[in-house]
Design a protein around this ligand. Structure first.
Ligand code: OOB
Length: 589
């Protein structure tokens, strides 16, 4: 909802209570009226209150420019699938175990599921939290939601009540779609908890043994009448931000902007109908979804193969069986695959290994071609937008030593020092970006948007980078309070808030510690509230019991008497990082 409107910034708007269903008619009417003319206008709620729009869209001046340049083509993601069905209908689109769906079948199925969802009362603009592992139902559902104009909220299988409950509440989701079981975890209890505590949620749909929930199979009805198509400038879905704040941020992507990044990614990665892409990472993540990922493959008419887990055994077997040509990994995964070589499996079909999500060290990068016999492509991207690739014809030192250059000549890059001045070439600075597929603000987060975006719409990525003379970016570090645990992002403040909820914790600071394999792990420093020191194991169990995803539970917990402070009185995080790294080094020696 709300694409195309700058955010109103007055307090009244921010204080307005979150809207319920009854307001939507008014909002939609307002949006429709305003969108085409691109006006800045207030949107009236059904009961006459003034409400804010859900997120700041692209200003009309920019939208016009992006359309005129041909970046935005006026297609929706549903149109994209339709075009591929017309061109490649009989080819295999998705492989999941023994299931092989052609483009026509995927399309037919998704139209059926769209009708099934419609019969359950899910309609255009509704938010639907989607938490599925790497199974074909994921694409069936995503395209069904796109066709309906309903908004998928892409949760990861690792999320638990803390995250899922929040996504449902924050987006006022009307439905939650989840698989019964994944990697030994039964989602029933989580689904029960969510449905008991989120009032707006009307439906829980479960893939597999559904118990008291709506079985996914019930959605599989014959396709109904084609629902009215969403506008290309509409919100298509909400993606998750790694974040650095207390609550996860949701990223509003439109059909127009996302499709541009998908098309260009497919072109840069030279995808064709012969391409076979293996999804080893969680399918809902931005990297395997659009860089070029499954959507890039669907655009090009190729085949998406789903791996149920990313272990070398599973992955190598699928590469051999399906003649996979390209796949994507985060650095620890790439290293695990390299470590499993040599293999008796035939990997000769593989042409490209993409690595991204976290910094791939130059020494590791140099191993890819000689050991795996494939081209390496580094990918430095973010769900907020900007994606950088090394190109296939780049010389080796660029491919191994940089994180690539932007997709588009319209990606505006600024690298600034602490005082906001541009840094000279080759010097590290804060990366800010603006462009045809980078958001202008998070979903329902007006205050945070004031900090995360400049007044002229640049996104402050929180990454520290330098730029080569040829415009390639090298990731040098990070200014945001985030831990990048092998590509999985953890916001320090989110974990700190959970720790602070423990009665024996007076204060908490969560920092990264260097890790040879994951790049970083997480260490929580806590100051006890009274005389009894909380035990680390007890705190970890506490976080798990609060429903925090396992990857966010700190690897180490240190109980201390006080924190170092910076001259201005902030917690000295770098001093804490140094202290824990030194202590661990001493232990290793
Ligand atoms: C990808 O997206 P997110 O949203 O999970 O995380 C974005 C952040 C970046 O701001 C940066 O801090 C880090 O992840 N990052 C990298 C990196 N790729 C991402 N840091 C160093 N080197 C890299 N190659 O992670 C993502 C989205 C689309 C494509 C690829 C990755």
């Amino acid at each position: 909802m709300g694409g195309g409107h700058p955010l109103r910034r007055d307090r009244r708007a921010e204080d307005a209570p979150v809207r319920g269903r009854r307001d939507r008619g008014g909002l939609r009417a307002g949006r429709r009226a305003g969108r085409d003319r691109g006006e800045v206008r207030d949107v009236a709620a059904g009961d006459g209150r003034q409400v804010m729009t859900d997120f700041p869209g692209f200003p009309e001046e920019f939208a016009e420019r992006y359309r005129a340049a041909g970046y935005w083509t006026g297609q929706t993601l549903g149109d994209m699938l339709s075009a591929s069905v017309a061109a490649y209908g009989g080819r295999i689109a998705v492989v999941d175990g023994d299931r092989r769906w052609t483009y026509s079948e995927l399309d037919f199925r998704s139209r059926g599921v769209a009708e099934g969802l419609r019969r359950l009362g899910i309609e255009r603009g509704d938010r639907v939290v989607l938490q599925l592992p790497n199974i074909a139902e994921f694409y069936e559902t995503v395209f069904a939601l796109f066709r309906l104009g309903a908004i998928p909220v892409f949760a990861l299988p690792a999320h638990r009540y803390s995250e899922i409950g929040y996504f449902c509440r924050h987006t006022e989701a009307t439905a939650y779609i989840v698989a019964r079981e994944h990697e030994g975890y039964d989602y029933t209890e989580l689904a029960e908890q969510v449905s008991a505590t989120v009032p707006a949620l009307r439906t829980v749909i479960m893939v597999g043994e559904a118990g008291g929930f709506v079985p996914f199979d019930d959605l599989r009805v014959p396709p109904g009448e084609e629902p009215p198509a969403p506008e290309p400038s509409d919100l298509a879905f909400l993606q998750l931000s790694g974040g650095s704040t207390g609550t996860p941020k949701l990223i509003p992507r439109t059909h127009d902007d996302y499709l541009y990044s998908v098309r260009e990614s497919a072109r840069i990665c030279e995808l064709t109908p012969e391409s076979v892409y293996l999804v080893a990472l969680p399918c809902a993540h931005n990297f395997p979804m659009s860089s070029p990922g499954s959507l890039g493959v669907f655009y090009a008419g190729g085949t998406v193969v789903l791996a149920k887990d990313p272990t070398p055994g599973t992955v190598f077997e699928l590469i051999e069986r399906e003649r996979v040509t390209i796949t994507a990994a985060v650095p620890p995964l790439a290293l695990a695959w390299l470590a499993a070589l040599p293999t008796s499996r035939d990997l000769s079909s593989l042409r490209v290994l993409q690595v991204g999500g976290a910094k791939f060290g130059v020494e590791s990068a140099r191993r890819v071609r000689p050991e795996l016999g494939v081209r390496l492509q580094q990918v430095f991207g973010m769900a907020e937008g900007l994606v950088n690739y090394t190109r296939y014809d780049d010389p080796d030192d660029i491919v191994t030593g940089t994180q690539g250059r932007p997709i588009s000549e319209a990606d505006e890059i600024r690298i600034l020092d602490d005082s906001g001045q541009e840094v000279p070439e080759g010097r590290p600075g804060h990366l800010l970006t603006r462009g045809p597929y980078t958001i202008r603000g998070y979903y329902r987060a007006p205050e945070h948007n004031e900090e995360a975006f400049t007044a002229d719409g640049f996104y402050r990525t929180g990454d520290i980078v330098s730029r080569t003379a040829d415009g390639y970016l090298v990731v040098e570090g990070r200014a945001k309070e985030q831990i990048n645990r092998g590509g999985e992002k953890i916001a320090a403040e989110e974990v700190e808030n959970h720790l602070l909820a423990h009665e024996s914790v007076h204060d908490a600071a969560v920092v990264p510690i260097p890790d040879e394999y994951l790049g970083e792990r997480t260490c929580a420093f806590v100051i006890p509230a009274g005389d009894t020191k909380p035990r680390p194991i007890e705190l970890k169990r506490f976080l798990t019991a609060r429903g925090l995803a396992a990857y966010k539970v700190p690897d180490l917990v240190r109980v201390v008497d006080e924190f170092p402070h910076t001259p201005v009185g902030k917690v000295g995080r770098s001093a804490l990082r140094r202290a824990i790294s030194q202590a661990l080094q001493r232990k290793d020696q």
